[in-house]
Design a protein around this ligand. Structure first.
Ligand code: PLP
Length: 402
């Protein structure tokens, strides 16, 4: 017997930590979605920067069904072929020599932070514990990662927080310099802040952070959970910044919609996570790794990465035209398929209203904080869908500001 479900039931059976939209999507294909009533939407949200190849991409469906008929899970008592193949591809394509698999962005960051502490403890001693991160940064919701994240509202109210964590303003190199010492174990940052409002780093800032880390023997951890896997137009954002981190966390687009996270690092640093020091039952799951390998093969091509940069230009140009007509944005920014339109003072705090008006008009967008509308569509969204989605978005803007 199947039960028909609706949005009202959500409130009866779910923990109330989310407040999802009234519509329930039931089917997706490429960058289009359909809800229970059959209404169709253009998807500019992409499952929050996750569905990098859209919905049900044939290469992913093939990998999932093939692996699904072969082998799902073994645990870490055994390794599996897809995990080794994916790790090899990640190592060959990046600065890293070693990979640890997890199931989410928070878990990849948690592993990065624990590794940094181990490294510092064993390499330099107990005094080297300080983790510095940035205000408005977001690193996940485990208690360690959410405390490292730069929004205290997310970590308050759960009792004693993990210690040794400090925050300074993003793009404020002198504040960081002031804070750093030989007690600094690691600096963790997003190479472009996503959840915090789609905020790009100044070019000199990132280079300066790297230099300060070198000066104080501290590790530089890049949280590329949102920026990684083609999102900004290169496989990882660090490639375009001319700065190489010591540890990198990847998730979201990595699985294209299948839960997986990865922490990448060098051979020397990795050596500090010896057998028994850290782990995960599902990490390196064969199904997840098979899907991520298929995503990698599509994303890590010049065709797709160049396509991301082309779509960025299309979005920015059209959003500018919408703004010329309705005067709603104070800034249009971001990189690749991680874009933000900040509302001007007239519409401050109203980003959620635009998101809801978008749903009415048949286009799904996101917010990044109260005043920024965020766009994180598929990296391969057809140009016709970009145009149709932006037409619908303009309708949503007109409904609020027209
Ligand atoms: C989404 C996100 C995370 C958390 O990832 P989860 O898979 O939700 O745990 C961490 N860091 C950044 C930069 C993110 O955007």
């Amino acid at each position: 017997m199947t039960t028909t479900v609706n949005r009202a039931m959500f409130d009866d059976v779910m923990v109330p930590n989310y407040n999802p939209a009234q519509v329930i999507p039931v089917k997706g294909e490429g960058s289009r979605l359909w809800d229970q009533a059959g209404k169709e939407y253009v998807d500019f949200a992409g499952g929050i920067a996750v569905n990098c190849l859209g919905h049900c991409h044939p290469a992913m469906v093939k990998a999932l069904t093939e692996q699904g008929n072969k082998l799902w899970h073994l645990s870490n008592v055994y390794t599996n072929e897809p995990a080794i193949r994916l790790a090899k591809k990640l190592v060959d394509a990046t600065f890293a020599d070693r990979v640890y698999f997890a199931n989410s962005g928070a878990e990849a960051n948690e592993a990065a932070l624990k590794l940094a502490r181990r490294w510092a403890m064993e390499q330099h001693g107990e005094h080297k514990q300080q983790i510095i991160a940035f205000k408005k940064g977001f690193h996940g919701r485990t208690f360690f990662t959410v405390t490292v994240g730069g929004q205290p509202a997310y970590s308050d109210g759960f009792g004693p927080k993990p210690g040794g964590i400090e925050h300074v303003a993003y793009n404020d190199l002198s504040a960081l310099k002031e804070m750093m010492s030989d007690k600094t174990c690691a600096v963790m940052m997003e190479p472009l802040q996503g959840e915090g409002g789609v905020i790009s780093p100044d070019a000199d800032f990132v280079k300066g952070v790297r230099e300060l880390c070198d000066e104080h023997n501290a590790l530089l951890i890049f949280d590329e959970v949102q920026t990684g896997f083609g999102r900004t137009g290169s496989l990882y954002a660090y490639e375009q910044l001319g700065v190489t981190p010591d540890i990198l966390a990847s998730a979201k687009s990595l699985g294209g919609g299948f839960p997986i996270g990865a922490m990448l690092t060098t051979k020397e640093i990795a050596a500090h996570l010896k057998p028994g020091t850290h782990g995960s039952t599902y990490g390196g799951n064969a199904l997840a790794c098979a899907v991520a390998e298929a995503v990698f093969d599509v994303v890590n091509t010049e065709e797709v990465l160049a396509g991301v940069r082309k779509r960025e230009a299309m979005f920015k140009e059209t959003l500018q035209k919408i703004n010329d007509r309705y005067n709603v944005f104070g800034d249009i920014r971001g990189q690749g398929m991680l874009l933000g339109a900040e509302l001007n003072s007239t519409y401050e705090g109203k980003a959620r209203d635009f998101m809801m008006a978008g749903i009415e008009a048949g286009v799904m967008v996101l917010v990044a904080g109260p005043s920024v509308i965020r766009f994180t569509p598929s990296l391969v969204i057809p140009e016709a869908d970009v145009q149709e989605g932006l037409k619908r978005f303009e309708q949503a803007v007109a409904n609020i500001a027209g």
